[in-house]
Write a protein that binds this ligand. Structure first.
Ligand code: GRF
Length: 209
């Protein structure tokens, strides 16, 4: 059975396309049943339309509260019988009550090796801090910001002549591998969360290798 996944995005949507491509190639036993955005002119929404994937937009700025906005998204997710949610550049923090509706079934990708450089502009933060290695992290979403249990990380070496843009572009290449890999692991392996750790059971395979 192919798992029903929703993508939440606010922008470009390259991680959405990477996930979709991996699913189409049979590398992840899932399909994208909905793409949902809070930004009407998000490029990712247009790509979903091109691919004939049902897409919806709920602009948040016309809503009286976060709860009212999220209620619409939750209704759309329930309507589509969504099992897993992949945040892919979704620039809104989800409320605790939203997350509680999909316990350990929401993934996010962040362009740094968490817990280093959470929040905005992590590539710039990494460059300014002077780290020699950075990368990306796919993690389960909990009520903390960018601090949920880690599923997969991939590394990127920082070059002396890197700009935030050049670094972001190399990290993005790794993101496009890490996100399908993480979702596939979670859908095909037995795993559990022990404390902060995602532990894979009965498998010698290490995430990220
Ligand atoms: C990615 O760098 C992702 O890690 C971050 O937002 C960016 C989204 O890019 N959360 P895209 O829309 O998937 O191209």
């Amino acid at each position: 059975m192919s798992t029903r996944v929703a993508i939440l995005l606010s922008g470009r949507g390259s991680n959405f396309l990477a996930l979709h491509g991996a699913m189409e190639r049979g590398e992840v036993p899932a399909h994208i049943a909905r793409v949902i955005s809070n930004v009407p002119d998000a490029a990712g929404l247009a790509r979903a339309h091109d691919l004939r994937i049902p897409s919806l937009c709920y602009p948040h700025r016309f809503e009286p509260s976060r709860e009212a906005h999220e209620a619409k998204i939750l209704a759309a997710l329930a309507d589509a019988e969504i099992e897993w949610i992949c945040l892919a550049g979704y620039m809104r923090k989800l409320s605790e009550s939203f997350i509680a509706r999909y316990p350990q079934r929401i993934l996010n990708i962040h362009p740094s090796l968490l817990p280093a450089f959470p929040g905005l502009e992590p590539q710039r933060q990494a460059l300014e801090h002077g780290v020699k290695v950075t990368g990306c992290t796919v993690h389960l979403v909990d009520e903390t910001l960018d601090q949920g249990p880690i599923v997969v990380q991939r590394t990127v070496a920082v070059k002396d002549d890197d700009t935030a843009d050049s670094l972001a572009s190399r990290i993005l290449g790794e993101e496009h591998k890490a996100y399908p890999e993480a979702l596939n692991l979670l859908l095909t392996e037995r795993w559990e969360v022990r404390g902060r750790r995602v532990v894979f059971l009965h498998s010698g395979r290490l995430p990220g290798t």
